[in-house]
Design a protein around this ligand. Sequence first.
Ligand code: ADP
Ligand code: GLC
Length: 494
Amino acid sequence: MTMKKLRILMVSPEVAPFKKVGGLADVVAALSKALAVLGHDVRILMPRYTELRGFEGSEPLERPLIVRLGGHEAYGRLWRQPLPGSKVDCYCIEHNQYFGAPSVYVGPTGNEKDNGQRFTFLSRAAIDFCEQLDWIPDVVHCHDWACGLTPVYLNTTEAGRPIGRAASVFTIHNLEHHGWFHRSLLRFSGLPESVFRSDGLESMGELNMLKGGLYHATKITTVSPTYAAEVQTPDGGCGLNALLRFRASDLIGVLNGVDLDEWNPETDPLIPQPFSADNMQGKAAAKAALQKAYGLAVNPSVPLFTVVSRLANQKGLDLLAAIADRLMADMHIQVAVLGTGEPTLEHAFHGLTARYPGRFGSYIGFNNELAHLTIAGADCFLMPSRFEPCGLGQMYSMIYGTVPIVRATGGLIDTVKQFEEDRVLGNGFVFHHPTANALYYTIGWACATYYDHQAKFKKLRQNGMSGNYSWDASARKYEAIYDWAIDSRLAAFR
Ligand code: ADP
Ligand code: GLC
């Protein structure tokens, strides 16, 4: 375990609460906070999109950041804002052409092809940030494809400079998104032609930012141990399994934790009344508020199943849409869905809301306040994911006494343990095959347990609530990984 105070630069396309699309934003913020508590000097770099949350009152730094790309320099303005409740400074880089819009993965022109330039700029800005602020980190920790080129710069254009001695750690939050662009991006990036090869950035004649990060990072992590094994298989590897097997000795899975300053029923300002395992009255108040918010019949005794999710293929919510009519016909339950994403799913949930007034509710959009209520007030939380690198929703729900129903994949396997009826062990309901029927019968099992075995259902809630979801243990694992990465990096210079 390290005794040394490390300088750690986190680079990420999203950071909560400023800008969040999914769990990546939560994790970068919470891990940074936990590392700062352990005494490390942590800074974060992210883009300054428009409409950042909680960014009011922050001031730009006086000097612009000069981002040195291939054959040209781009100027960015840096804004500094502490992460709420921590000593961590988050630096946001402003550049209107690249980030002058509110969305993360669609830039100002609306053309996703621009993401190559947008996130090459971010990847390169990480290097120039350290050099121009004269703050050379021990570790640069990159998150997902959008900062995949940073480790490549460290190993090439920066080799021989002080920043080139920094170790890099690349965390895979989701292997599905590669950042795949025309090879002309290489010239824009200023990286040497030599990195454009099959054991580097090249992938079927194009430039793959994720692949570059995975080849060049000193160490690689994934966000759960099971996902670390899955990414090395043809089924879970998204075409990069061979590369990840090749790098297996540098790859490790660390389970995400939860930011308990944000997700805690005892202190959460976004729910009507606090509650805890010893006093669940506030949970009943949350359920009533949730039912009202979605236009459901306010009834404490009907089991309420909820979803808070990106509506993407990964999440398996088409399975829910496929069985929703059967559920409504066969079971006395309510369902509420908060999500945004694939239009067909948005449309399906809209339709169900219209067909089953008072029983099926939906809110299509992104709404953090409603997310807290939707998790806190529910009886069961649905995550029928096809794959799930870690998943935070199931952990948030257990903390709030909401029983998760999950498919056995990735981090869901590592966090949700099957209900064992006889001994009343476990903390959720787990099914294996990603089929609509498997989901249907598992919801039926949860529904029957809720109505017919109330004491057991209560125990399931309590089992979830008594789990340890804090970041402490995982932040210490990252600390050890940083030491490991620094040792390997420095060994290369000996
Ligand atoms: P992923 O990162 O794959 O989307 P996670 O379970 O790790 O999945 O994290 C999802 C995070 O995003 C959770 O914090 C969840 O509450 C939040 N979230 C997802 N969709 C919405 C939404 N429509 N409104 C508010 N929060 C959402
Ligand atoms: C990704 C994954 C999710 C994980 C999150 C945070 O978005 O899809 O499973 O929890 O990153 O690591």
